[in-house]
Design a protein around this ligand. Structure first.
Ligand code: ATP
Length: 604
């Protein structure tokens, strides 16, 4: 049965997948954010085009003046002004465009940054962190080129192109006809080639994403990899992804490399034809030397923007290739929209039952289809789970590994939604409470007790940015961590290292509990670490749990029954079903599985 099969859209692309596609219309909003800059650039581009067009005409006039022996001073000044003007306009336009290009990158990054941490949790399950990082860092930079080497150049280029054509038509229609013939041949060959750039860019960026994911995977488990002597295999895998990114990059280079020579060939061909035919016409007196030189200069003016236009086409195609990967993330619906959060009630009246599961069933979304398994199905993880936790009670969840204990916590936090049944907080269905206020009432300590790189203070204040030093010190004392504070002269500012590597496993877990406690949640969910603690640490953990249980409802996933024997209530879970509820002494009698677990841990 596929409980959530519809959620797999767009995830877990296989490496051979051609991937997402973007349309030019999706690029327009990014460009429109820089309307002013674009207008200035367009204006400069038109000005630049005018100046470029004037240049050959002034040269023609200079030649005529030399031939007729007229005064050159004015014309030479005009020529110098035109050349300088062209340089200044070009430089200024480059700056305006480059700035707008950086702006496009910034806005794509900001949009991604705001979105990336608010996706529904199931979206992260099948995506790779490194690939997401690469979309923010690398794909966004490709949008820059759309502006700096792209659109505006093309607009200016078209103006110069059309202007040159008009001037050339006046000077010599026959030569123009010959030139155009070469241009049409060039356009036809280039447009066929440039079209391949978009999909090649998406593929190249996907490979860069794969590579970043491989780096992230290896570095996040670097000790395990070293211990397993798997450095070479992991680095080979990274190098292989880098190699595939290289192959795609070279493919793009090949396509782009063809564009310039094709334009060059067309230009040289046209030049030779025009020189030959034009030279003959000068010799026969049909046209003047000045006209021919002006024509040839105009021809150079015309062909340069043609090259630019193809460059622009290619960089827009590249930008679209990268935009597809950015847009794919921006199109994922948020976990909760602001409207949904506003419509949901803020808090509820106090109820005797703090938390209740009513016949809850759940299965994680099916993984994406692969060649081996074309139609993967979601597996039921929880089935008809019901229990009620009284306010202020200390309750333990126990059961074999994989029985669904952590999943129950994820459902309480609304990381996932049940496929059937209801979860109530203070008698109110959690679906009627905004996720924000729901999470504000619940402290959650994950099994692996994540500690982030940074100081003790930064770690504690993640959820309580306004906490005072006194509060931080007090909460550390509550979980028996005063010693950690005292052993480093920097106190709260002591660094904990990447993933808290400078702390012991027990200390990390207690730091995570302290963090959850700081916001004084009425309900605390504690997924006890499976790692074994020595006697002293275990005692400290038990004391910490005793102390935090005092003023709140506490739900602990216990892997060591010793920490929960004196709970008010123990819920026993097996294969996603509740098979027993009671106190330790009741369960030893009523539930064989519990008795077995207790026996294994020498408690009976
Ligand atoms: P343990 O005591 O080992 O921590 P648990 O009782 O907490 O186990 P859960 O983590 O709830 O078990 O997992 C229940 C089942 O759901 C397992 O079979 C696991 O493979 C599966 N599962 C857990 N998380 C996910 C996920 N994000 N995506 C898909 N399946 C998952």
């Amino acid at each position: 049965m596929s409980m959530m099969g519809g959620r797999g859209r767009g995830r877990g692309l296989s490496p051979k997948d051609s991937g997402p596609k973007a349309k030019f219309s999706q690029l327009v909003p990014y460009l429109m954010e820089h309307k002013a800059a674009l207008w200035i650039a367009m204006a400069l581009s038109v000005l630049g085009a005018g100046i470029s067009l004037a240049q050959p005409l002034v040269v023609g006039q200079v030649i005529t003046a030399v031939q007729s022996g007229a005064d050159l001073a004015g014309l030479v000044t005009a020529l110098v002004a035109v050349i300088l003007g062209s340089a200044v306009v070009g430089g200024f336009m480059y700056y305006v465009l480059a700035k707008a290009g950086e702006g496009v990158v910034l806005s794509a990054r900001q949009k991604l940054a705001h979105r990336l941490l608010k996706l529904p949790i199931h979206e992260y399950d099948l995506r790779r962190t490194g690939d997401l990082v690469s979309r923010v860092g690398s794909d966004t930079t490709l949008l820059r080129a759309v502006l700096t080497q792209g659109l505006v150049d093309a607009v200016g280029g078209i103006l110069v192109f059309v202007g040159s054509l008009v001037a050339m038509a006046f000077i010599d229609p026959l030569l123009l006809g010959l030139t155009l013939l070469m241009v049409v041949i060039a356009i036809a060959s280039i447009s066929v080639t440039a079209r391949q750039v978009r999909s090649a860019t998406t593929k190249a960026q996907q490979r860069v994403g794969d590579m970043s994911a491989a780096v992230d995977r290896a570095l996040s488990a670097v000790r395990t990899i070293r211990a397993a002597r798997a450095e070479k295999r992991e680095s080979d895998a990274i190098a292989k992804d880098a190699g595939e990114a290289f192959t795609q990059g070279v493919k793009i280079a090949r396509i782009n490399a063809m564009i310039t020579p094709i334009a060059g060939l067309a230009m040289n061909g046209a030049f030779i034809v025009v020189l030959g035919v034009g030279g003959y016409r000068v010799a026969t007196g049909t046209t003047s030397v000045a006209s021919l030189i002006t024509f040839i200069l105009l021809m150079f003016q015309m062909i340069r923007p043609l090259g630019q236009a193809f460059g622009a086409y290619s960089s827009v195609q590249s930008g679209l290739g990268a935009l597809a990967r950015i847009q794919e993330i921006l199109d994922v619906p948020l976990e909760e929209t602001e409207a949904e959060a506003r419509n949901a009630a803020k808090t509820s009246a106090l109820n005797e039952t703090a938390l209740e599961f009513e016949n809850v069933s759940f299965g994680y979304a099916a993984p994406p289809a692969t060649e081996e398994n074309l139609n993967p199905e979601s597996r039921v993880v929880l089935e008809g789970v019901s229990f009620a936790i009284p306010r202020g009670a200390r309750v333990a969840l126990v059961g074999p590994s994989g029985s669904g204990k952590s999943t129950i916590f994820s459902l309480i936090e609304r990381f996932y939604e049940p496929s059937a049944g209801r979860i109530l907080l203070d008698g109110q269905p959690v679906t009627e409470i905004s996720r924000n206020s729901l999470r504000a009432q619940i402290g959650y300590v994950e099994q692996d007790a994540p500690v982030l790189a940074g100081s003790l203070r930064a770690n504690l204040m993640i959820g309580s940015p306004d906490a005072t030093d006194e509060q931080l010190t007090a909460v550390l004392a509550e979980v028996n961590l005063t010693e950690v504070l005292e052993r480093d002269s920097r106190g709260l500012d002591a660094e904990v290292g990447e993933n808290g590597i400078m702390l012991s496993g027990g200390e990390r877990q207690r730091l995570a509990i302290a963090r959850a406690l700081l916001s004084a949640p009425p309900i605390l969910l504690l997924d006890e670490s499976t790692s074994s603690l020595d006697g002293l640490n275990e005692q400290r953990m038990r004391d910490a749990i005793d102390s935090v249980a005092k003023n709140r409802t506490l739900l602990v996933i216990a892997h060591r029954l010793s920490t929960v024997v004196d709970s008010d209530q123990i819920i026993v879970l097996e294969h996603g079903k509740v098979i027993g509820v009671g106190t330790h002494s009741e369960l030893v009698v009523s539930t064989p599985l519990y008795k077995k677990l207790a026996k294994q841990q020498l408690l009976v």
